[in-house]
Design a protein around this ligand. Sequence first.
Ligand SMILES: C[S@@+](CC[C@H](N)C(=O)[O-])C[C@H]1O[C@@H](n2cnc3c(N)ncnc32)[C@H](O)[C@@H]1O
Ligand code: SF4
Length: 395
Amino acid sequence: MDVSVPVSEAAADLPALTAPAGRPFGVYIHVPFCATRCGYCDFNTYTAAELGDSSPDGWLAALRTELELAAAHLGEVPEVSTVFVGGGTPSLLGAAGLAGVLDAVRARFQLAADAEVTTEANPESTSPEFFAALRTAGYTRVSLGMQSTAAHVLKALDRMHSPGRAVDAAREARRAGFDHVNLDLIYGTPGERDDDLRGSLDAVLAAGVDHVSAYALIVEEGTALARRVRRGELPAPDDDVLARRYELIDRHLGGAGFAWYEVSNWSRPGGECRHNMGYWNGGQWWGAGPGAHGYVAATRWWNVKHPATYAAVLAGRRLPVADFENLSEGTAHVEDVMLRVRMRAGLPLAALSAAERTRAAIAIDDGLLRADGGAVVLTDRGRLLADAVVRSLLD
Ligand SMILES: C[S@@+](CC[C@H](N)C(=O)[O-])C[C@H]1O[C@@H](n2cnc3c(N)ncnc32)[C@H](O)[C@@H]1O
Ligand code: SF4
């Protein structure tokens, strides 16, 4: 058991920030707790055994201080259009804990009347009462990690819930009054067959949700999954299989009234996640919690990762910023292209340099992009090769 605190995580001084008006402003809160660690996951999250004394209560107290210091740092505090509580496993806090998180945001930031307020949740730590209390607290959207309905796939992913629990949880959330519910799927897990994925998609549709995120399994370095693949116990996901599965997902969801609005995200009309759209569309946000990233004006920063370091820095009433960078115009442009080309709305030609427009024309000839009004949009084949399209545009 490792309960040591990394001493190398020193706090840096964040420069003064003024949030430009007219761009959506979000708040992201990172909850760094999980009951167990899934073998594929490299997110900044910790089990109780790894944390020792760093309890969720201590984290919430530190979070309140961070939000107080954040509002003071911003000076003129912009109205918040979206809040996203992610993890880790936010549902481990329970409905009362999550209500406390939203209260902490409201204590320092003014939420827009129509603010989107999302929390992620793991199916096994939810119930009808949990969703009802979240709704009362002011949450408007729930994102559930379903991954698959095939028992052998869930086992390969080390997921703790039973195959049917995510769908039941989504229905409970809908019954509690949530119009906006997302289910996350992972495809390409070793041992998954096309029929397993079809079964998961049928279950998603039966659950009556308005949003689906589907991610190709990434074998992240340093995870248990990477070690198993390296030892030859599991095959690495195969690119051709991943492409076929992506097409299957798109067809299945498309036939049921969902449309893609970002390469890995599909929704019914009006079900798009506004918070994530902010990340992809040049919005700005304050990221609070251990390891959270923020982006305001041209400054990006990231917090210290370990919850104990986070709490210790905040106990000294300093922002828990590990480091920051001021993005040059060139870097901001590269990131803009990388993110916006993945969206259904596409990349406005006006945002591209002359050389990039020439390269976009070549990608159109190659059938990877198509012109749509004043923008270029990925074709179906282009979506399968989105990273290569980005590289070819930026050269
Ligand atoms: C980091 S989790 C946080 C929410 C929650 N704890 C859960 O597991 O659903 C958010 C989503 O990221 C996706 N994810 C995490 N690691 C991944 C990986 N290595 N490859 C593909 N998707 C991954 C999963 O679909 C997961 O639902
Ligand atoms: S996938 Fe979700 S539940 Fe699993 S370890 Fe990562 S954050 Fe925790």
